[in-house]
Design a protein around this ligand. Structure first.
Ligand code: SF4
Length: 279
């Protein structure tokens, strides 16, 4: 049996988890059934029989909701097309992340569109919105967040404990990333997973993240860290996923030049999984 599966938990924890799940699913089913019943009941009784002004109240609510959807849609549309900071740009990013992405995934499933395509399009729209919204930041307010798979798999240097263990031999992208850290003074971190990435973000409290990862980790990372702006750079995977991946350093440097305020001190730090995992 694998360590960490629910069956390894004490019986009380296992039961509590089940109870929570059953409780939530019961409430959700009840709400859905009530809603479906109302769909039949309201036209059957007739709005006029419920209250003389019920139809106007319902009409106003529906018009209000349609108005909200239209404003959100056009705001987001213009933001993407013009790539200019519109008022409320951050809200449009929130809408994209919280509402439109789950909707896109749902519709994608219905129409048989690949998840990868949807994620890539989401990352690209997110990046445009971040570019429109974000200003310039002191180097120490920017975090370069890297996946562990960028390190050459044959390298015996333990970067998970300290990135500076890298001797910059140039066999993987880590050498170039450390050079960018030295040149621009931004924070540089390596994360071995989503939990460690979250801890790094909590410890460093950046105002903007430039994250390198695959489309799956990037889209979940962007969702997890909202409202913090995350500019996503896709890694290249010549040997398949999670092994000896690379990243285009010119793209990372271009984005650093876009977001850095050159007049601020270059005093960002490096952090890796070992440090972030310490309590
Ligand atoms: S650049 Fe650093 S991490 Fe990459 S192989 Fe060389 S020593 Fe290892």
């Amino acid at each position: 049996m694998q360590i960490g599966t629910p069956l390894d938990q004490p019986r009380s924890v296992h039961r509590a988890r089940k109870r929570l799940f059953i409780g939530l699913i019961s409430i959700a089913c009840l709400v859905i059934c009530l809603f479906l019943a109302l769909l039949w009941l309201v036209p059957y009784i007739g709005l006029d029989n419920i209250h003389p002004s019920a139809k106007w109240v319902l009409g106003a609510v529906v018009v209000g909701l349609i108005g909200l959807v239209c404003v959100a849609y056009w705001g987001l549309f213009l933001n993407i097309v013009t790539k200019k900071p519109l008022p409320g740009a951050r809200r449009f990013r929130g809408l994209t992340i919280k509402l439109f992405l789950p909707l896109m995934v749902l519709l994608g499933r219905v129409f048989g569109i690949e998840k990868e395509l949807i994620r890539l399009s989401f990352i690209s729209v997110n990046n445009d919105l971040v570019l429109a919204e974000a200003g310039r930041y002191a180097p120490k307010e920017i975090l370069l967040l890297m996946p562990h798979c960028l390190q050459n798999s044959k390298c015996d240097r333990r970067l998970t404990y300290d990135i500076n263990n890298c001797v910059r031999c140039g066999k993987c992208s880590m050498a170039g990333l450390l050079d960018l850290h030295d040149k621009y003074g931004v924070n540089l971190a390596i994360a071995t997973g989503g939990t460690i990435a979250r801890r790094i973000v909590v410890q460093l409290r950046p105002k903007l993240i430039i994250a390198v990862a695959c489309h799956r980790d990037l889209s979940s990372g962007i969702q997890d860290t909202y409202p913090l702006p995350v500019y996503g750079v896709l890694n290249e995977r010549p040997h398949g996923p999670c092994l000896d991946t690379t990243v285009s350093l010119p793209i990372v440097e271009k984005m650093l030049s876009r977001f850095i305020d050159p007049n601020k001190a270059k005093d960002g730090r490096t952090i890796s999984t070992g440090e972030a995992a310490r309590p």
